[in-house]
Design a protein around this ligand. Structure first.
Ligand code: NAD
Length: 483
């Protein structure tokens, strides 16, 4: 039986004033309703923001180590619930059990990390120009922040926004994505059990227009952190900037892996394949383009096809290699891009068909797809697909590969597979991406270093994660003293 889920406002689990709910279904079996969630309204946002504003001076006034203790307990409580959170994540978002377990562990680790960082929020002391004087800076919370998150990492991304926001003394209102809100709710249950004061963090579920927009527009919101598509993020950034709010949006990608002749082709196939097809291609950092030197192009395409055909697709709970798409609309979008690629003249080497028989009958499954003969100008080489579709582009030399890699509007993650140190260093110097890797897949991030994109992948304002999380959620006050 599906359960009814509530908003978390001022330390209470409450119904929306709308009286309406929306359903979330299991993408591996659309007949199964995972839960019903509050279809909230601007009035619910208002109540959550009021509670967060009311709580801010007490929460921000607590010593950092005190706030840190609550975050550490949150991490511990979530770790105890790891198995349950993992299974919930698989049921509502569709990723495999291993992928989901990794994501939940990431959220556990993020809270532990920022629990410690809460002690380090401070400032610097500089030498003043005059005698008998002092010159220093202080880091202060922004105040109350609005956080908006996507469905593809439905617990890790709320964690990597909430934990630094709270560590630095902000209070927050989170709007999780409607496709996968249950694991965000689990995070709030953990915060509640850890003793977070009422109102310090609040969660309101519902649509982007009725919950997200009023949250960003609210006068009492001092900062907005958004992760999602470039289309929505651009609107969010514009709206927030109108009121001069601090804003950070991390958005889409069209991530390349360059493969050079010195690479071991099997290793290159593994790097590209895990980056392209893991999480069903539904990662912002997923490898979407393999840009392959002509000397190894044919060998690479053959091995890539073999790799793609060996992938086991199935329900995430059975822990196959690749799970279903999150929703019917995401599946439709991928199938449409498969058609687009064929009509543009690329060669569909393998995959790309919807899987509909037997265990696949009630889910949103597609065969991992590999296109060859992809021209860099084709839509499948330029637009974010967000599914398990790889475009293989031929390059005549390193300069040609680099030009193709950079010739897109996005700039999130990029990698090169090579044994040539000069090529590797040239790539790191000249690739236009916020994450650059050598001999590694484009996906996979460490939590204690900054993360964010170049170009249309980001507002290019602030980074997330690591110390960058502290930067975004704090304002600097410069203090001059004379005595
Ligand atoms: P989306 O842009 O459709 O939605 C993101 C969030 O914004 C959701 O909570 C949604 O309800 C909300 N929203 C929608 N319209 C809104 C509006 N008008 N005002 C305020 N909020 C609104 O994205 P999605 O489909 O949930 O996620 C997939 C996208 O996220 C992909 O483009 C992917 O690349 C990107 N993504 C980026 C990163 C990153 O860190 N760069 C990480 C994960 C996902």
């Amino acid at each position: 039986m599906p359960t009814d889920h509530r908003n978390y406002v001022n330390g209470e689990w409450v119904d929306s004033e709308s009286g309406d709910v929306f359903e979330v279904r299991n993408p591996a079996n659309a007949d199964e309703v995972v839960g019903r969630f509050q279809d909230s309204t601007p009035a619910d946002v208002e109540a959550a923001v009021d509670a967060a504003v009311e709580a801010q001076s007490d929460w921000g006034g607590l010593p950092g180590p005190e706030r840190g203790r609550i975050l550490r307990r949150t991490s511990a409580v979530l770790e105890e619930r790891k198995e349950e959170a993992t299974e919930t994540l698989v049921r509502e978002e569709g990723k495999t059990r291993s992928e989901a377990a990794g994501e939940v562990q990431r959220a556990v680790d993020i809270f532990a990390y920022y629990a410690q960082k809460a002690r380090d929020v401070g400032g610097v002391v500089k030498s003043p120009s005059g005698q008998n004087s002092g010159l220093s800076t202080r880091r202060e919370p922004l105040g109350t922040v609005g956080l908006i998150t996507p469905w593809n990492y439905p617990i890790a991304i709320p964690a990597w926004k909430l934990a630094p926001a709270l560590a630095t003394g902000n209070t927050a209102v989170l709007k999780p994505a409607s496709a996968a809100p249950t694991v965000a709710e689990i995070l709030f249950e953990c915060l509640d059990e850890a003793g977070l004061p009422d109102g310090a963090a609040n969660m309101v579920t519902g649509s982007g227009s009725r919950v997200g927009t009023p949250l960003i527009e609210h006068d009492a919101i001092d900062g907005v952190s958004f992760t999602g598509s470039t289309g929505v993020g651009t609107q969010v950034a514009r709206t927030a900037a109108t009121d001069l709010k601090r804003v950070q949006c991390e958005m889409g990608g069209k991530n390349p892996t360059v493969v050079m002749p010195s690479a071991d082709v099997d290793e290159a196939v593994d790097v590209v394949g895990t980056g392209a097809f893991g999480t069903t291609g539904q990662s912002c950092t997923a490898a979407s383009r393999a840009i392959v030197h002509e000397d190894v192009y044919d060998e690479f395409v053959d091995a890539m096809v073999e790799y793609a055909e060996s992938i086991e697709v199935g329900p995430g709970l059975e822990d196959p290699d690749v799970g279903p798409h999150v929703s019917e609309s995401e599946l439709e979008s991928t199938l449409e891009y498969v058609d687009v690629g064929q009509s543009e003249g690329a060669t569909l080497e393998t995959g790309g068909a919807e899987l509909t028989e037997g265990v696949y009958a009630d889910g949103y499954y597609v065969e991992p797809a590999v296109f060859s003969d992809v021209d860099p100008d084709m839509r499948i080489a330029q637009e974010e697909i967000f599914g398990p579709v790889l475009s293989v582009v031929r390059a005549s030399d390193f300069e040609d590969a680099l030009r193709t890699a950079n010739d897109v509007e996005y700039g999130l993650s990029a990698s090169i597979v090579t044994q040539d140190v000069t090529e590797a260093e040239q790539f790191l110097d000249r690739i236009e991406a916020g994450v650059a890797k050598v001999n590694e897949k484009t996906t996979g991030l460490e939590l204690h270093v900054p993360f964010g994109g170049y170009k249309d992948s980001s507002t290019n304002t602030y980074r997330e994660q690591g110390d960058a999380g502290i930067d975004f959620f704090t304002a600097t006050k410069t203090v001059y003293r004379n005595y």
